[in-house]
Design a protein around this ligand. Structure first.
Ligand code: NDP
Length: 241
């Protein structure tokens, strides 16, 4: 029987590429999303991957959503904590709501999604937890004090959880993407991309969502069992952490 993988925010952007990559690798995949039904339904139609709508910041909703996924597909072996948002503003202008929205979606979700699954993974002596952080959690970014704090926070979370579970067949790793050509980045004016962003990337181009997806598929595999607590920087050489 194929292993079961859950990808949060798995219906568009990087998450959609991760969901598709895992499906191609033979996993039974569930993709979650927040509220964009149109995108989620189009993704489901295109890929045949089932989609589940619940807020990763809502602990009770996650518990119920994961119960439904496990009822439909079986126990979860691979969790990809990918869902994330930005609410950019210089810190001296930032509202508590902007801070808190980012913390809840990007950091509280580590608890709400992982806590309901970890004991089952321990009992079955197998688990792969992969977290999508960001280059801006590693180096900081002006206008993103909230996002940089949350994305750095997930790296600490992964290291602690990796230590607690290393002897139990569970690995916990982080991928820190640089600029990836998703809708969010492609919305930046071409001139800004060409003159300000791409020149900072030694490889000389934006990354592709599939390049993150391939890393996830590798870290999820049995062959990656000796890698835990690590952060894989996938940023074209922009920041060598
Ligand atoms: P997108 O904005 O394209 O997609 C975000 C996905 O997350 C959507 O499926 C969205 O659902 C879902 N989502 C957002 N908030 C919630 C929530 N509260 N509950 C459940 N699902 C939610 O994001 P990207 O693909 O650009 O980014 C994916 C991850 O990669 C994020 O963690 C981001 O921070 C990180 N990242 C992205 C980079 C980039 O260049 N794009 C660079 C570095 C890191 P819905 O469609 O319903 O809104």
């Amino acid at each position: 029987m194929s292993r079961v993988a859950v990808v949060t925010g798995g219906t568009r952007g990087i998450g959609a590429a991760i969901s598709k990559g895992l499906k191609e690798a033979g996993y039974s995949v569930a993709a979650t999303y927040a509220g964009n039904d149109e995108k989620a339904n189009a993704f489901k139609e295109e890929t045949g991957i089932p989609v589940y709508k619940f807020d990763v910041a809502d602990a009770a909703a996650c518990e119920a959503g994961l119960k439904q996924i496990e009822g439909d597909l079986g126990p979860v072996d691979v969790l990809v904590n990918n869902a994330g948002i930005t609410r950019d503003r210089m810190f001296h202008k930032m509202t508590f709501e902007q801070w808190s929205d980012v913390m809840r979606t990007n950091l509280d979700s580590m608890f709400t999604m992982t806590r309901p699954l970890i004991e089952g993974m321990q009992a079955r002596k197998f688990g792969r937890i992969i977290i999508i952080s960001s280059i801006n959690g590693q180096k900081g970014q002006m206008g993103q004090a909230n996002y940089s704090a949350a994305k750095a926070g997930v790296i600490g979370f992964a290291k602690a959880l990796a230590q607690e579970n290393a002897s139990k067949g569970i690995t916990v790793n982080v991928i820190a993407p640089g600029y990836i050509g998703t809708e969010m980045v492609m919305a930046v004016p071409k001139e800004v991309l060409d003159t300000k962003i791409i020149p900072q990337i030694p490889v000389g181009r934006l990354g592709e969502a599939e390049e993150i997806a391939r890393c996830v598929t590798f870290l999820a595999s049995d062959g990656a069992g000796f890698i835990t607590g690590s952060t894989l920087s996938v940023n074209g050489g922009q920041y060598m952490a």
